[in-house]
Design a protein around this ligand. Sequence first.
Ligand code: F6P
Length: 368
Amino acid sequence: MSGVKVKRTRRIAINTGGGDAPGLNAVIRAATLSALQMGWEVIGIRRGYTGLLEGEVDGEPGVFPLTANSVRGITHLGGTILGTTTRGNPFGLDVRRPDGTWGVADRSTEIVRRFEEMEIDALIAIGGDGSLNIANALQAKGLPVIGVPKTIDNDLAATDMTFGFQTAVEVATDAIGRLHSTAEAHQRTMIVQVMGRHTGWIALESGLAGGSDVILIPEIPYQTSSIVAKIRERDEERRRFSIIVIAEGAVPAGGEPSYVDQTGRYGGIADRLAVELETLTGKETRSMVLGHIQRGGTPIAYDRNLALRFGAAAVRCINEGRLGTMVALQGNEIVPVPLLDAVKELKRVPVDCDMVCTARQLGVCLGD
Ligand code: F6P
């Protein structure tokens, strides 16, 4: 029949951006299976938006169909089958000029055009604050987006929890727990540096669960004298070892955080504190950095289920036309919140929250 517009199959795309987190593949699996169940097509984009801009990524097509077979058995796998990048902001991509120098290019309009050419109806962007800010800016340019909150840092304000966080806490707690015997054997002070970027959620939750004596978070600038007093107090109680958990973004009162480079990447605070404490207390002190171990490996059951719920909810949002939103955990429910609300501020540890109060009531030193 002429003139009758045949309704085409709805098509959605999925990408993963920023640092990886345990649970990414569970989101991809749930979103893909939910969309396929609706009779839609699903496209995977490799490495953030790179796959849209480059025909090939790592020798594979930059975009490719996600099928039931593509996502079979990936719920428990760490990492992301799509790959990711922390340097893929389409509004400011590093580009090499013909003369060999480097510049920055805004290729965001090209991204929107590629979505239109491929007749993609919506993008499920799985990411942290950086990726979700990019998704929000693309939404403003007309690209329909649903955000899924991913980060081990748990620092996104609009959701009670991000997936990946509890797995990182589990990994850090296990590491901290293992230190008690070796610290006691040598009567040492052991300092464990954990991730979390600008916030102390991982340090607080793993420090409490791991039975640490001192927990240092960016939200509470620490006095070295308070830490020394805690170590000496334990000595007097004949508990001649101490476990200190310090967030990578922690800062001495009146001082500055420790960075590893000019980009503002945190690093070195545990080593810096270890030198100070060994000098001030005269006790052998050792420091260690858990680093990317907190991001690796299989997600724990809690994060698998949270990630599956987020992925399925993202498809429901698209089906209900709730675009420009992020799926969020609020209480026990997954609800859509405006993407703008999700990215406008970081969720920092309230210094009077019940977990901080609990730590203080247990006699944990918070450095103040
Ligand atoms: O945001 C997640 C996170 O793991 C932070 O906790 C950490 O500071 C950062 O990423 C590390 O980034 P990269 O993987 O680029 O070293």
